[in-house]
Design a protein around this ligand. Sequence first.
Ligand SMILES: Cc1cc2nc3c(=O)[nH]c(=O)nc-3n(C[C@H](O)[C@H](O)[C@H](O)COP(=O)(O)OP(=O)(O)OC[C@H]3O[C@@H](n4cnc5c(N)ncnc54)[C@H](O)[C@@H]3O)c2cc1C
Length: 284
Amino acid sequence: MIPTQFEYVAPATVEEALSLLVQHGDDAKLIAGGQSLLPVLRMRLNAPEVVIDLGGIEELRGIRDDGDAIHIGAMTTHHTVLHDPLVAQHALLLARAEHEVADAQIRHRGTIGGALAHADPAGDLGAPALALGAEFLVVGTGGTRTVPAEEFFVDLFETAIGEDEVLTAIRVPKHTGWGAHYEKFVRVAHQWPIVAVAAAVRVEGGTIREARVGLTNMASTPLRARTVEEALVGQPATEDAVAAAAARAAEGTDPPSDLNGAADYRSHLATVLTRRAVLAAAGA
Ligand SMILES: Cc1cc2nc3c(=O)[nH]c(=O)nc-3n(C[C@H](O)[C@H](O)[C@H](O)COP(=O)(O)OP(=O)(O)OC[C@H]3O[C@@H](n4cnc5c(N)ncnc54)[C@H](O)[C@@H]3O)c2cc1C
């Protein structure tokens, strides 16, 4: 289907984008890579009168060292994040998850900010962002807010970004030297995950000293598997110890039931994928 007619505007700065948002209110929609928004417009699930393209705002692109964190501009493409050396060195889990996002074509157009702002519970980047304790820089006419990942994902396709705000960057705390793995379960290649698990661990002398585990598609938002994390710390990085901790992965979750799988099937998957992800992250 062809989208309903809209006015297209391409601001050159964040300030211009903000004043356009204020001017047009509910009638306006931001567009980044368009990989999620355009299908929505084509299906006429949304019919904005004005589409504000963030593509010309240079300050929203790029990745830089920011002391104890990496600063990733919201308009940085999945492809760039996937191949960035700073990300590989300090936030390997994010690179591992980016590798699993859609296919190469979509990774060249889609952006990290667009994916996180879209907040699809099956999106591959929410769980690693949560597991790594990312912070979201959100700008409105009143200034910049820093939103912790725990507060960013509010509900299905809903985030803490206000209607007249723009997500400008994601700050990912450095996890240098941590092992990482993203285990995604799909029926067909390049699909959204039925369930996926993001795991990062710091292993010293064969013992897991710190662990971060995030779950994709186990609720209406990404979740931290905190009971698993607590159960892993102090344990040897062995198959038996990791399996015992991973068995608790579905605790506190609320997985959906759909044509891809019932909730109890997803709960079982979460335990299996957590075991695989943690073992791979630990290099065991
Ligand atoms: C066939 C297909 C398969 C896919 N498979 C996967 C997959 O397996 N895993 C996965 O994770 N993703 C997948 N995706 C989605 C892909 O990751 C998109 O890149 C992503 O969802 C949206 O990013 P975008 O830059 O294209 O955002 P857009 O589509 O342009 O925007 C998405 C939403 O975010 C809002 N938005 C965008 N940028 C900002 C901003 N800076 N501030 C505030 N709001 C903003 C927009 O208003 C819109 O509501 C798939 C997409 C397609 C088309």
